[in-house]
Design a binder for this molecule. Structure first.
Ligand SMILES: [Zn+2]
Length: 300
């Protein structure tokens, strides 16, 4: 018979659970009239991921608007774990603006990000062009300048959760540069932020062809971990977190690069992409990406 001492028990890592909360797409304010079908200003459906053990929980990314964050907080509350940390995958506001509200709701929880992500979040919060961006598209629905709460600097590459080591991977190029993903080896899970997308049009506006090639390579790094759970920052609400989204995202980026090189107008890129991806969510993101691809060509 095997005996288990109390010391062994204390040191055994807790079994972890991962659950994903997804908020549906929603309109945002924009002064620019739509250029074509699907271009109505819509924010993509977005996810936040809770990883928890017996007593404690870690959230990955925060959503953005008050209504989204309140519903997320409500959901976290039902899990009956102490929310101790909120890990931010990358610097885009839709992944960290919710920190202020969450920390009010869960006092003691702290936001964490790598130095690179923190620098980008600081830029979004402080740069004169960017600081007003979120207020303009979600007026009165996101923290104003002084109310914003930035994550704190994470100085380690792992985050301990009840004896389990969660690995921070500085993956680099995703839909923005200097992104990270969180790998949970004991669950064979990777929370990818905006590296992988799950049947939602991918935001490529910050990338040219070389950056997209790097993005594709970075997705290979996640595939090499052979995860069984892959969470996308933007996903259809009812979709599972199937690892096939890695390959789908890579194929989407290849198609986008090829079509963007061939087409002379944003409408042309959109038409060709929609032909291939008729059921992917949020044409607005595709329009935005297409306009940016054309603007890059024009400036060359
Ligand atoms: Zn995002």
């Amino acid at each position: 018979m095997q005996t288990v001492t109390s010391e062994d028990t204390a040191h055994a890592p807790a079994d972890l659970t991962i659950e994903v909360y997804t908020t549906p797409g929603r309109p945002f304010a924009s002064a620019t009239p739509p250029e074509g079908p699907g271009d109505e200003p819509t924010w993509s459906p977005s996810s936040a991921t809770l990883i928890y053990g017996d007593h404690e929980a870690i959230l990955v990314d925060t959503l953005a608007t008050y209504d989204q964050v309140d519903a997320l907080a409500e959901w976290i509350g039902t899990k009956r774990r102490r929310l101790s940390r909120i890990y931010i995958t990358h610097g885009h506001g839709d992944h960290w603006l919710g920190l202020a509200r969450l920390i009010q709701r869960f006092p003691g929880a702290i936001g964490l990000a790598t130095a690179e992500v923190l620098a980008r979040a600081e830029f979004e919060a402080a740069d004169p062009r960017m600081a007003g961006y979120w207020d303009a598209i979600f007026p009165g629905e996101v923290p104003a300048a002084t109310e914003k709460v930035l994550p704190r600097l994470l100085t380690t590459d792992t985050i301990d959760l009840e004896g389990n080591q969660l690995r921070v991977m500085r993956i680099g190029q995703a839909d923005t540069a200097e992104s990270t993903v969180l790998h949970v080896p004991s669950l064979a899970a990777v929370v990818t932020g905006d590296l992988a997308y799950n049947r939602v049009h991918m935001m490529t506006a910050e990338t040219g062809e070389p950056e997209r090639a790097q993005w594709i390579t970075n997705l290979d790094e996640v595939a090499a971990l052979e995860p069984t759970v892959v969470v996308a920052g933007h996903k259809k609400v009812d979709n599972t977190n199937d690892p096939r989204i890695i390959g789908e995202s890579q194929q989407y980026l290849r198609n986008f690069s090829r079509i963007a090189a061939q087409e002379a107008t944003a409408a042309g890129i959109v038409a060709k992409m929609v032909e291939r991806y008729p059921d992917w969510s949020n044409g607005r993101t595709l329009w935005h990406s297409a306009r940016s691809a054309i603007a890059r060509k024009d400036s060359q």
